[in-house]
Write a protein that binds this ligand. Sequence first.
Ligand code: FA5
Length: 348
Amino acid sequence: MSEVADILKAAEALNIEARESLARISDVAGVAAWHAEYLSKKGKIPALLKSVGAIKEIEAKKQAGKAGNELNQALKAAFEAKQEEMKAQELAAKLSAESVDVTLPGRLMPLGKIHPSTATIREICGILNHLGFEIYEAPEVETDEYNFQLLNMPPDHPARDMWDTFYTTTPGLILRTHTSPGQIHAMRALAPQPIRIISAGKCFRFEEVTARSESMFHQIEGIAVGHNITFADLKGTLMSFVDQFFGVGRKLRFRKSYFPFTEPSVEVDITCTLCNGKGCSVCKQSGWLEVLGAGMVHPTVLKNGGYDPSVFSGFAFGMGPERLTMLKYRIDDIRYFFSNDARFLKQF
Ligand code: FA5
């Protein structure tokens, strides 16, 4: 038998063997193994094609080469078809195994919660709204003029040292150290009508962060301007507020103090609920926690706001909602509020 006849015979035998073998395969992995055996570089078909290269006689070589190539192409096509078939079969099996049960209830998405500072601010504003105070929004980035000068603190006034300030790169523009500039904004917007305004928001101080002090915290400012407003009105408002916020019975202490924009001025303390007045790190062992500053609006400030101090009088206060939240929920460290720990935030 000639060389060509041998090759053609071998090709025919290989064709039958490969097709029978492929027909028996039932998964993707089997198809890959079949490819390795017959069509890969070291497989049986490339070996057959190699033997064609050894034929010397041109016509014979052509004939054997044609048969070899046809076999190669045909088996490649068979391989691809089988591979597709197996992939589709595996996908169908996977889909039926993982079928979706549309009757199952959906998974609950975890719900966010209102931040405790926001919840307290809303609660406080609600109480003060009922006492007749309207909400007024004021900016967090302030001018030196509003944060200090119009509140009776000209440049170089020593009282500015009470508020360590964050300055911006723009001269005269600062992060407000308290919500009191809101007093001037509200008065200028509404003078000469009598007003009862509250303004809440963030304040910033370049001070050491401790269990009771943050460098960013909130304040709620209140101001009432009208005829015959006295210190008794201030006291009555704050006592009514504390009764409603904490429940009747909590002790309040008015301590004489100094603010350049109020005269007289007080700081108001509440008995520390964390230690029941015995003394702890939050109340600095005093048994009292300072929660707000207040006083009668200084005549110069009334004038700066557009009111005639011989006709109008007023009171103002500025309270720290984080401190009030600490007292109400017995939180022993203010740093929990803004450290973003969900275990703390989820409790409210
Ligand atoms: C003021 O900021 C005055 N503007 C308050 C005021 C308003 C007085 C109107 C008179 C009239 P003071 O620095 O004491 O005052 O702050 C007021 C309240 O803000 C404090 O009682 C406290 O509750 C809260 N507070 C102050 N500093 C911090 C801080 N670093 N961290 C958390 N709360 C603070």
